[in-house]
Design a protein around this ligand. Structure first.
Ligand code: NAP
Length: 345
């Protein structure tokens, strides 16, 4: 089956080469370290009636790309990953789940976008963002870029931002005055969550290393806990919402730090935790919420509004040229990235 897929891909590539419709892409040839990713010529994606072809100007390497490339997934998901994404190598070898760029071409039925528009988008499970061109349905998670950001910032806007929005607003229904603790506050999702929770009127406590404490305070955290010195789960303070973006704070351990009526947000969940959250979401008066944030245009529109009003700005730790995407992966693999790592094309 896999060989057949590769044969079809080779055929498409030779046709594309003959037509002059190839593009450069970062291709993940097998699961493994950053070096398994190579820049190669592949066929440009086709444009359906309702599709928008985007010339990518910037994309990101996310923790999700690292997980897919390396096969390093939370406990219980290894087999599911291989069954879903490919047994021996990723079935979709071009990773990359968010991007910003310029519309190159639109299908005949597209109404909301035209060539030349600046857009940002989430590719979702289809991935494919680490390439010169991406084809996205007009009704999928794609929106016009806010006017006050660069392509680099727009590329880093959607995945972490949409994840923070989905967990905090859609699922936990965060309210003004609530106490929110973000574990992993200096990461991509964490730094977006600090800004959005603060904007929504919450009192934010951030958990990160002391190196990032000043920066996370400037984003809106009222208090910072250095995880090397203090365990928030053992302190006396209580929170209405605890968001774990690291995966080292199981509900069982953190329960005493959650107020009655509190919500525990598992951004990183093991299979057992995810099933537990689905089967038994209520634990006493406390609620356990897990899952994967969906790709929705409405989240992109909400993020655009937040950016335009100055309430949210994605932080970019480093920008790499496309040819150095392997170096970008190395930063993400460290598990210590500050905000986002961007790749420009
Ligand atoms: N469920 C979903 O829908 C969804 C969506 C997107 C991402 N995710 C997952 O969410 C996770 C976070 O993604 P991300 O992009 O935010 O990750 P990230 O940017 O790679 O997170 C790195 C940050 O984690 C912090 N950190 C490391 N160890 C820590 C510890 N023991 N305690 C507190 N903070 C610690 C680091 O802070 P210091 O340098 O200060 O130590 C660093 O700033 C990933 O596992 C990703 O797969 C889930």
């Amino acid at each position: 089956m896999a060989d057949k897929t590769y044969a079809v891909k080779r055929l498409l590539l030779s046709r594309a080469m003959a037509d002059g419709t190839t593009m450069k892409a970062a291709v993940c040839q097998r699961y493994g370290p950053p070096e398994v990713v190579k820049i190669a010529d592949v066929a440009r994606p086709s444009v359906g009636d309702r599709d928008v072809l985007v010339r990518v100007r910037a994309t990101t390497v996310t923790a999700g790309d690292w997980r897919l490339r390396s096969g390093n997934v939370p406990r219980g998901f290894k087999l599911i990953l291989r069954l879903g994404f490919g047994i021996r190598r990723p079935r979709q070898p071009i990773l990359g789940s968010e991007l910003a760029g310029v519309v190159e071409e639109v299908g005949p039925a597209v109404r909301r976008f035209k060539p030349g528009d600046k857009v940002f988008a989430l590719c979702g499970a289809k991935m494919g963002g680490h390439a010169q061109f991406v084809s996205i349905g007009e009704d999928a998670a794609i929106a016009h870029m806010p006017p006050n950001v660069s392509f680099e910032e727009a590329a880093a806007l959607s995945l972490a931002g949409a994840t923070a929005l989905w967990f905090l607003r859609d699922k936990a229904k965060v309210k003004a005055g609530e106490r929110v603790l973000i574990n992993g506050a200096s990461g991509g999702v964490g730094s977006a969550a600090v800004q959005i929770a603060k904007h929504d009127g919450a009192h934010v406590t951030a958990v990160c290393s002391s190196t990032n404490a000043g920066w996370v305070k400037a984003l809106g955290a009222e208090r910072v806990i250095d995880y090397t010195k203090e365990d928030f789960a053992k302190a006396q303070d209580r929170y209405d919402i605890i968001m774990d973006t690291v995966g080292n704070a199981p509900f069982r351990r953190c329960k005493p730090a959650l107020s009655p009526g509190g919500r525990f947000l598992l951004v990183v969940n093991t299979l057992a935790e995810l099933l537990g959250a689905l089967v038994r979401p209520r634990r006493g008066t406390r609620r356990l919420i897990g899952g994967v944030a969906p790709e929705r245009a409405e989240h992109l529109l909400a993020l655009r509004e937040l950016v335009e009003s100055g309430a949210f700005r994605p932080h970019i730790e480093r920008v790499f040229p496309f040819e150095r995407i392997v170096d970008a992966y190395a930063v993400v693999d460290s598990g210590r990235k500050k905000g986002n790592v961007v790749v420009t094309l």
